[in-house]
Design a protein around this ligand. Sequence first.
Ligand SMILES: Cc1cc2nc3c(=O)[nH]c(=O)nc-3n(C[C@H](O)[C@H](O)[C@H](O)COP(=O)(O)OP(=O)(O)OC[C@H]3O[C@@H](n4cnc5c(N)ncnc54)[C@H](O)[C@@H]3O)c2cc1C
Length: 382
Amino acid sequence: MHYGFDEDEEAFRTELRRWTDKVLAPHYQSDDKAAQFRRQQAIDMAQMGLTGLRIPEAYGGQDATAVIAGIAAEEVGRADFNAGYLIINTALISDILVRNCTAEQRADWLPGIASGETVPCIMITEPGAGTDAASLSLNAIPDGEDAWRLSGEKTSITLGMAADRAVVLARTGGPGARGVSAFWVDMDDPGISRGAFDDLGSRAIGRASIHFDDVRVTRADMVGDEGGGFVSVMQGFDYSRAIIGLLCLGAAQQSLDEALQWSRDREAFGKPIGTFQGVAFPLAECATYIAGARHVCYEALWRKDIGLEHSAEAAMAKFWAPKLATDVIHQCLLTLGHIGYSTEHKVGQRLRDVIGLEIGDGTAQVSKLVIARNILGRAYAP
Ligand SMILES: Cc1cc2nc3c(=O)[nH]c(=O)nc-3n(C[C@H](O)[C@H](O)[C@H](O)COP(=O)(O)OP(=O)(O)OC[C@H]3O[C@@H](n4cnc5c(N)ncnc54)[C@H](O)[C@@H]3O)c2cc1C
């Protein structure tokens, strides 16, 4: 068994940590206060190659492995959790486009994502369809042979206020997953209107409800086959769930590092608080759980890279890591005492931010359904 990162992966992590500390970390709290997506962040991240990680070099990307994308998410999560949404969105969406698009579509659409000019979002959720995504009802009404008109509402869309383009799932056929097609939609279309959520966390990225009023799309905008949109989009989610896990664990590890330092420096009853087992043991537990969840995330990505089945591992990563990160960050906040409760410290913001990914991209229950199906067998799916 070969265990560990190779030299290139270690070098990538070292370089990225230096860069994220310098370029991303200083904006984490101010971007949250502004509650607005800062366009320069996409440009900065693109220059570092972070928006083109999963895009082939021919289209301006890095052609990076899934493991490298995981390292990127983990390091960005330490410095600015919310900047990590750009990695999640671009990696997930470019994977979907690379797998399902024609050469012409790829050449048209992928370079903009890699260069940071096109901020993409993905629209699945609707007011009446969340977990049960296959029941979505955004209508794609035929308009001649090779065109459709989209009408309806999508909701809870990450980067929905800022995005330039979107992968939109719409119903071109009958009920269920087989009646769903995917389109690459220009968000500047006059038939599109957007409304922002006032969220607990990740305010710099934002979520939005998007209204479609007779938005015309053609076959040239279709991602993959008619009726194949649901399956092709959902396949992308498989591996992105492990990337989400690592983003959350990055934020947890940074909080733990800060709590450990505080436990060395802060004194009570004449001693550093780290000498009290009531302080040290919870931190030891946090370190142990983070190590376990990291292994699950990286195993899922490694399996993806070498072409092995990885949906159970990715689901384990998605159910465990965001919940664990929330618990770890909460524990670290308590270890910092009253300092941790102040908005001047980043730990409280991390707590608000990571909770979102306990829900976004599917809740723990959905992940457990996937895991259960894998360990029990398909016959036991509800
Ligand atoms: C931060 C954030 C970012 C998001 N970004 C996007 C995005 O970019 N694009 C997008 O399309 N959507 C996005 N979403 C929406 C997200 O995917 C949905 O919120 C999620 O799929 C759950 O759907 P719902 O909120 O409608 O909950 P519901 O489906 O209404 O579920 C409510 C509760 O019931 C549970 N539940 C439902 N069915 C079952 C079942 N069969 N067994 C057990 N429990 C069940 C759920 O786990 C949940 O706890 C985002 C959400 C958040 C919070």
